[in-house]
Design a protein around this ligand. Structure first.
Ligand code: GCU
Length: 675
């Protein structure tokens, strides 16, 4: 029997898979060749589309009475070698479109590629094209708690309602809940994601048990995601042998500890045969780790990898390690340096089943950071780059902030200069991981336009050098189907207008020139310039009456700039060559310092904050003019969020401008009102 295509209640937004996008496929005659569970998923998808739009699908050509319009074919004849399990070929000749794949997942991705192409897939001739993912692992980390955490709630840094997977301390088990999880898997497959970690990296007490006595709940989620080619991963506590196993130690070099993990892992695979592996936040922000036993990160990670290796699993070991109990008076400690100081010396020491998961920037998902120097410094380690789709520091899904351009900039950065590999290339061994922004909100992501970020995670992981504008256009075509509205051009232009520059707009009205962290402590929403200035978290801006910024040069500062290879070490070392947008990340400069743009730092701060607010006002106006071109609920949700964004942008502007006016005493050259 074929699996059914998941169904979604009418109250939930279909995101980038509204029924309409299946019309070109569903109105044609399709032949499917090959066998297996994912081929059955493909068949079910085509059959569902045909039931809506009048086409036909068969596994045997004779049933179609002719060659048909589309052949989706697994294995022989259709696919050349070297495609891998996930690649596919596409061609069109003599009125027939053909997709061939060597592996079942490839056929599924080929199907969703056709959905993206729409009618274009069935027009004219098409020379044979080969598609395969640049990164083998394309993963979402859910920072979801099983039990509602007293401070962090159900989803740590979640802005989209509750968890898709957990409710009231248990895995969601109702039919509707699991249908929603299946739908989520379908959305993820359609953008190219192939792995999900189902619980928070901060593993609290209840969540620790998912590894052992509660693994059945994880297995149920894995079963719902499997038909869409998604492997399930679990965040585990390094202290599990102690807290779950009753051992006296979790020392990674103790035989009993390794045995405990081997046995626990064996049981996990008995429940979930295609289990992906463990995600571990160790010795980071209070989570347990190998340091307690005088061991290092490689000792810890390799021990877990040994447990997973027999089954082909992977341990994603996070590099987000720093001193979160820093004394703000201590000017020699620099949080930005920490990941490199801890991990770069360990290059080559990690086992093959370890992936080191590195945040794209050295601090923590600020609106502007340089690329982490760790990424260029570990050629003998499998690296995954971690990005944050959930908008913890970029407006918490109340503000529009299309992150495709930011991620794309990071992925195309070349740590050793123009001749060297890009970050996207350096991530080939480990992949791209994003902290998910999805929850049980009817729009999945709270802000409907934040769906574009979720979509881009998969597409940029598939092709890190993709043009983010093209990814955005794809998302617009799928999600809004402009071609079927009264005014396609106005809708397309309007959506591009409000999304394209929204990251830079957000940057303009918040923390300037790469300085970061001027947020309210704890929840991180809204401005508080000195909120973290005298805290233990290592996130300071050092503003005084004369200037602002962190001196991270080798010559006079913390030396962080020296963690980069040439040419970046030199570029970042001097304020003369440091790019404007990162100036305050790397240097402490006087307010009168003249930027490459020709403006002084203080005038830049004033100007960008006024501009940022004006840009939000304009985006809100453009959005209001699109009301007749989309569903009322989607339009209204965004319109409502624009009110909050504008309020928030004005608040940011006034805090930042007033703060720096009071510190510096320098008036705005253009005489605008500063409070
Ligand atoms: C940030 C975030 C935390 C999270 C941490 C991490 O600091 O605020 O909620 O746990 O990153 O990535 O581990």
């Amino acid at each position: 029997m074929l699996p059914s295509v998941p169904s979604l209640p009418g109250s939930v937004d279909p995101a980038w898979l509204p029924p309409e996008v299946f019309r070109p496929l569903g109105s044609r005659r399709t032949l499917i060749r090959g066998a297996g569970p994912l081929v059955d998923t493909v068949h079910a998808e085509v059959a569902d589309a045909c039931s809506r739009f009048g086409g036909r699908v068969a596994r045997d050509a004779r049933e179609l009475g002719g060659p048909g319009d589309l052949v989706l074919e697994l294995g022989e004849g259709g696919a050349p070698d070297g495609l891998g399990d996930e690649g596919f070929v596409l061609a069109r000749a003599d009125g027939v479109t053909r997709v061939g794949a060597a592996g079942q997942a490839g056929l599924l991705y080929g199907l969703f590629h056709l959905v993206r192409l729409g009618e274009a897939a069935f027009r004219g001739e098409r020379a044979r094209e080969t598609h395969r993912p640049a990164l083998g692992s394309r993963m979402l980390d859910h920072w979801d708690n099983v039990a509602v955490h007293p401070v962090m709630g159900q989803v740590e840094r979640g802005y989209s309602g509750g968890s898709l997977f957990w409710r009231d301390g248990l895995a969601r088990g109702s039919r509707d809940d699991l249908e929603r999880v299946r739908w989520y898997g379908r959305l993820l497959a359609a953008c190219g994601v192939n792995a999900v970690a189902v619980n928070n990296v901060n593993v609290h007490e209840a969540e620790a048990h998912l590894l052992t006595d509660r693994v059945g709940e994880v297995a149920a989620i894995a079963e719902a995601l499997r038909p869409y080619g998604i492997r399930t991963h679990l965040s585990v506590s390094f202290a599990a042998p102690v807290v779950l196993g009753g051992l006296a130690t979790a020392d990674p070099l103790e035989g009993a500890v390794a045995d405990w993990w081997a046995e626990a892992t064996r049981r996990v695979y008995a429940a979930i045969p295609d289990f992906g592996g463990y995600v571990v936040k160790a010795d980071s922000e209070g989570q347990p780790g190998p340091f307690a036993y005088g061991r290092g990160h490689a000792d810890g990670a390799n021990m877990l990898a040994a447990a997973l290796a027999p089954y082909g699993g992977t341990v994603h070991w996070r590099a987000f390690v720093y001193n979160h109990r820093q004394d703000w008076r201590d000017r020699t400690t620099d949080r930005a340096r920490a990941a490199f100081d801890h991990f770069a010396p360990l290059d080559g020491e990690f086992a093959p089943h370890v992936v080191l998961q590195v945040k794209h920037g050295p601090m923590d998902f600020q609106v502007r950071e340089p690329v982490s120097p760790v990424i260029g410094a570990m050629p003998n380690t499998r690296l995954a780059v971690e990005i944050q789709a959930t908008q913890e520091y970029t407006g918490q899904q109340r503000h529009v902030c299309w992150l495709g351009p930011m991620w794309s900039e990071a992925l195309s950065f070349r740590p050793t200069g123009e001749e060297g590999p890009s970050v996207g290339e350096l991530a080939r061994g480990g992949g791209l991981v994003a902290v998910s922004n999805a929850g049980d909100d009817p729009f999945w992501t709270g802000h409907p336009l934040a769906q574009a970020n979720l979509y881009a995670v998969g597409r940029l992981a598939w092709q890190p050098d993709a043009d983010p504008g093209a990814v955005l256009d794809e998302w617009i075509e799928l999600s809004f189907v402009p071609g079927r509205t009264a005014d396609p051009a106005r809708l397309r232009e309007g959506l591009r207008a409000v999304l394209d520059g929204s990251w830079r707009t957000y940057e303009k009205y918040t923390a300037p020139l790469g300085v970061g962290f001027m947020v309210q402590p704890g929840h991180h929403y809204g401005p508080s310039v000195d909120g973290y200035e005298y805290s233990p978290w290592g996130t300071y801006h050092f503003a005084d009456r004369d200037g602002v910024g962190v001196d991270r040069s080798r010559a006079t500062g913390t030396g962080f700039a020296g963690q980069y290879p040439t040419p970046w070490a030199e570029v970042y070392e001097s304020p003369e060559t440091c790019p404007d947008e990162l100036l305050l990340f790397f240097h402490h400069v006087p307010y009168g310092h003249v930027l490459h743009s020709g403006d002084t730092v203080i005038q830049h701060i004033y100007d960008t904050h006024f501009e940022g607010v004006a840009e939000v006002e304009e985006a809100r106006r453009v959005w209001a003019g699109l009301a007749d071109l989309m569903g009322a609920a989607r339009h209204a949700r965004v319109a409502e969020r624009y009110e909050e964004q504008l309020r928030g942008a004005r608040e940011w502007r006034d805090h930042i401008n007033t703060y720096f006016f009071r510190k510096s005493g320098v008036p705005d050259a253009r005489g605008r009102r500063i409070h």
